[in-house]
Design a protein around this ligand. Structure first.
Ligand code: HEC
Length: 118
């Protein structure tokens, strides 16, 4: 994970985020759309927005205290419905490792103090 993230490019990731922007806003205080706003998502607890109605599936997954760290985001975004069976995020996933890493590098910038890289 460390090597993958060290080589990731947030600028390219911003482009990949266009696939997400149909359903998610990225800016601080942005509205929830079909999916929750993603400001501060890296290292946030799952189901991080109290004003968004999550699926039972993701809430169940959240109970064992799953956190959206680099590793879990990397796995979730590969195949959301495999990682969280029953999630209402209707998105097939991003299969290219490099693209996913770039995207996560971009997600990391959505914060007042971006968490340190793994
Ligand atoms: C078709 C709409 C849609 C698309 C496209 C989509 N999402 Fe989502 N996303 C959702 C929904 C709906 C949820 C809530 C899932 C649930 O409650 O099961 C969600 C949840 C999430 C979560 C968990 C948020 C939390 O608070 O725990 C993350 C992280 C996430 N999406 C990232 C992404 C990224 C990154 C992309 C782009 C690759 C993306 N999503 C594309 C609809 C979408």
């Amino acid at each position: 994970m460390r090597t993958i993230m060290a080589n990731a490019n947030a600028k390219l990731g911003e482009d990949v985020f266009k696939k997400c922007a149909v359903c998610h806003t990225a800016e601080k205080g942005g509205a929830n759309k079909v999916g929750p706003n993603l400001w501060g998502i890296v290292n946030a607890i799952t189901a991080h927005k109290s004003d968004f109605t999550y699926s039972a599936a993701i809430l169940a997954r959240a109970q064992p205290n799953l956190k959206w760290d680099y590793e879990t985001l990397y796995r979730y975004l590969y195949a959301p419905r495999k990682f969280v069976p029953g999630t209402k995020m209707a998105f097939a996933g991003i299969k290219k490792d490099e693209e996913r890493a770039n995207l996560i590098a971009y997600l990391r910038t959505l914060s007042d103090s971006p968490p340190k890289l793994p």
